[in-house]
Design a protein around this ligand. Sequence first.
Ligand code: ARG
Length: 232
Amino acid sequence: SAQDDKNSKGKLSVVTEAGFMPFSYLDKGELAGFDIELIDAVLQEAGYDYDIKNVGWESMLASVQNGEADLAIAGITINEDRKESYDFSSPYFESTHQIVFREGENITSGEDIKDLKVGVQSGTTGAEAAEKILGANHPNIAKYDANTLAFMSLQSGDVDAVVTDNVVASEYVKNNPDANVEMIEDPDTFESEFYGIMFPKGSEVTEDVNTALQTLIENGTYTELYEEWFGT
Ligand code: ARG
């Protein structure tokens, strides 16, 4: 472990929000996921010891912004808005949005959710994507503190559709065969975006993390992790 690394540079405080399978989630109470394994490999490579805490999405963002936490990883999209308040690593994953909906709804494009009740996780790019279609703060958009709560509302019928990150949508549909949900992608409506590791503005850890990330990409570790979690 990083703890045994003789180059250890000190202990970092890492935060995540473990409601985003397969990137960050709880497996029998333990943190699991692509992001969890990636950050472990990166920080070992960079010579940092760390502890990692699962906190809510908003507190995760707040604790990085005020410097209480050294970094966050949780399928976080790099965008211009956030770059005003945070620093980011180089991109490590490409993503887009998808619509998950109950089987039988006639949804074939992004525009088809215009007159439906749509669930999103508040403060995410999925929420923005839904607002682009329905309108900002549209009353038919239900904002939840967690993505998992949006999925629960879809199952219970409180919303007709959920807009969320594509890989998380696919994972949910695959893991819940009895939920009777399906999904669509619509590249004309939903843009591509990239995940990054998030740091407080001016953090000195960012460069070390980027160097380590680049090493893991070059030495095949990143590809191994990618194939383990997403197939070849
Ligand atoms: N990629 C989206 C964003 O950054 C959603 C991230 C949600 N992550 C989570 N752990 N719930 O806005």
